[in-house]
Design a protein around this ligand. Structure first.
Ligand code: TRP
Length: 377
């Protein structure tokens, strides 16, 4: 994502990686508070998703408005997307979709999923390396299968390729393009003069599904009422700051957002997991043996250097990938708390502290069934 990602990477300067509090301050979003979670639980009669309770989805814009609508039984819909970049999705790619599936189940609302085959071609296309437009279109189709496997409500879900659907949402895109100046886009995304012109106009294409007018077949012609809720990783926020900025000028409602933290790479929490480096990545297509080997070989350990020290002092859980991944994939709060107590720092209650090998085994046993279920679906 070139310049845009670099803007975020600036924050990733210490051991713990990205300073998410700084991002909230700088972007002017809201922290997801315990009160907000409690209100949601009360309205839905359902315990909040572990990723909300554990602060993995940590920031929002206008989520209260979504709860107001839900309470008043008024319409809203979900929007998320994916830029197709490798044949199979990895565990990190699943996060927004698993969460979106939970939101759809909880609120029983329509969902649109944008496959940005155009975006990936504009950013990553390279005809000499076989990275053709057609390649990204086909990757999008492949990825769509993995996304569908997350189990969305088929009668309420619309998944589309930009290359195919563009004509239908083009009136929406053009209106957004006209409302954003070149200097605004440059300011938000850090575009430079040598970037191709497709990049400069792409933000309007990612913005368009935030408005129900882009989907007349779902919401009727000229529907400006239904509000959009976008669950996404925090690095997508610049698109939607732009979207929210133009919305009132077009007579449309600003989309609401729920932002997640990045999912750490196997090799360490410092950065987002990359799909291009197979060893730092667990794919949803990996076999149980591949999962075991990769976790054992590459999962970054926050444990002490010597076994004796680890037995006495415990691991630094903030950087330990086995624990951090368990926070994502272990739904059992008690098991997670037990792992933190037995493996992390703090007084040793019974016997010695857990060793990294055991923590890795816990992770392997947790993700194996998730991937097996996904593959079957
Ligand atoms: N730009 C995103 C990516 O690179 C894809 C995307 C399009 C998206 N629309 C979205 C992600 C809405 C989250 C929400 O993967």
């Amino acid at each position: 994502m070139g310049a845009r990602r670099e803007q975020l990477d600036v924050e990733a300067d210490d051991e713990e990686g990205i300073d998410y509090d700084k991002l909230i301050d700088r972007f002017g979003s809201q922290r997801i508070s315990d009160e907000l979670i409690a209100r949601m639980e009360k309205l839905t009669g359902k315990k909040a998703h572990p990723w909300l309770r554990r602060g993995i989805f940590f920031s929002h814009r206008d989520f209260e408005l979504i709860l107001d609508l839900y309470e008043a039984k008024k319409p809203f819909y979900l929007y998320t997307g994916r830029g197709p970049s490798s044949d199979a999705l990895h565990m990190g790619h699943l996060i927004p979709f698993m969460f979106t599936k939970w939101l759809q189940d909880t609120f029983d609302v329509p969902l649109v999923i944008q496959m940005t085959d155009d975006e990936k071609y504009l950013w990553k296309g390279d005809i000499e390396k076989g990275q053709t437009l057609d390649k990204f279109y086909k990757l999008g189709k492949e990825n769509a299968r993995d996304i569908i496997a997350c189990g969305f409500d088929v009668s309420k879900t619309f998944i589309f390729s930009n290359l195919e659907y563009m004509g239908h949402m083009y009136p929406t895109v053009v209106k957004i393009e006209k409302a954003v100046t070149y200097s605004q886009a440059k300011g938000i995304f850090g575009f430079i003069d040598s970037d191709n012109v497709g990049k400069h106009s792409f933000p309007a294409i990612q913005a368009a599904p935030s408005f129900p007018v882009a989907f007349p077949h779902m919401f009727g012609e000229n529907n400006t009422e239904a509000l959009c809720l976008i669950p996404c990783a925090i690095d997508q926020d610049p698109y939607f700051r732009m979207t929210r900025d133009v919305a009132p000028r077009l007579g449309w409602k600003k989309p609401a957002l729920l932002h997640s933290k990045f999912f750490p790479a196997l090799t360490g929490a410092k950065s987002k997991m990359s799909a291009s480096n197979a060893s730092t990545t667990i794919y949803v297509s990996d076999t149980p043996n591949e999962i075991k080997t990769k976790v054992n070989k590459y999962a970054f350990s926050g444990g002490q250097v010597s076994v004796d020290d680890q037995k006495k002092m415990g691991a630094n859980l903030d950087v330990d990938v086995s624990y951090q991944w368990m926070r994502f994939f272990c739904d059992d709060d008690e098991l997670l708390a037990k792992m933190a107590a037995e493996y992390g720092p703090g007084p040793v209650r019974q016997g010695d502290k857990m060793l990294t090998g055991e923590a890795k085994a816990m992770l392997i046993e947790t993700i194996k069934p998730i991937i097996a279920k996904h593959q079957a679906a």
